[in-house]
Ligand binder design. Structure first.
Ligand SMILES: [Zn+2]
Length: 221
């Protein structure tokens, strides 16, 4: 592995020859760069990287702005980051406790950290969603048939017959953003599309819609 420096970040890169026609660059979230070059062709890697520098700089800036929802050591809850501290306890009374920016997780032979965190976040998401839906549905004068949480890439979706689902990580987001997602799905019970009317109604309740959407894109898990 070789390194280059982009925007003050050390980027390690690997070059692979494949049956491709052009040179491809892929910068991963961990700032490692994969360079794919055509087989049987002489390519000057340094020259390519120099030429691609503006693109790489843009990508590095993008990745630096990303907010990871949780990793091995931390988890976001309502937009705030908690350090995860795991303890092994026999028959723990409680599985998890949040205190002063620390998430204490009590594992035993039955349940491991990941599962405990997932169950906790899912439960909290459901609780929060139900609360907000009650409020928003009166505001919007709509009815739904069911609410659920799911493991999915999207933050939420709604079916024509009124089934609303949310990503179980929703509670990790700041409240304003979570509310935006919940409201968005409920508004689909009125407009089953993203028409102009939908958007203008959305903006009536969330004047900062554009800002929220932009911020939301930064979160990933
Ligand atoms: Zn939508």
């Amino acid at each position: 592995m070789k390194n280059i420096e982009i925007e003050g970040k050390k980027i390690s890169f690997e070059v692979k020859s494949k049956d491709v026609r052009y040179v491809y660059l892929k910068l991963k979230p961990d700032f490692s760069l994969q360079v794919t070059v055509p087989r049987n062709r002489d390519v000057d890697i340094n020259k390519i990287l120099e030429k691609k520098r503006p693109w790489l700089e843009k990508k590095v800036r993008e990745i630096s702005q990303k907010i990871k929802i949780f990793d091995k050591n931390t988890v976001l809850y309502r937009g705030e980051r908690f350090e995860i501290k795991t303890y092994y306890v026999k028959n723990p009374e409680k599985r998890i406790r949040l205190y002063k920016k620390v998430a204490f997780v009590y594992e035993d032979s039955d349940k491991k950290k990941e599962e405990i965190l997932m169950e906790f976040l899912e439960r909290e998401t459901m609780k929060y969603v139900k609360e907000r839906v009650e409020e928003f549905k009166n505001e919007l004068n709509v009815t739904y048939s069911s609410i659920s949480t799911k493991n999915m890439k999207k933050w939420g979706y709604c079916t024509k017959d009124g089934k609303i689902s949310f990503n179980w990580r929703l509670i990790c987001l700041p409240e304003r953003i979570a509310d935006y997602i919940i409201f968005h799905e409920l508004l689909h019970l009125r407009h089953f599309n993203h028409s102009k009317q939908f958007r203008s109604e959305m903006e009536k309740y969330f004047v900062d819609s554009r800002e929220i959407k932009k911020t939301l894109k930064r979160y990933y898990s």
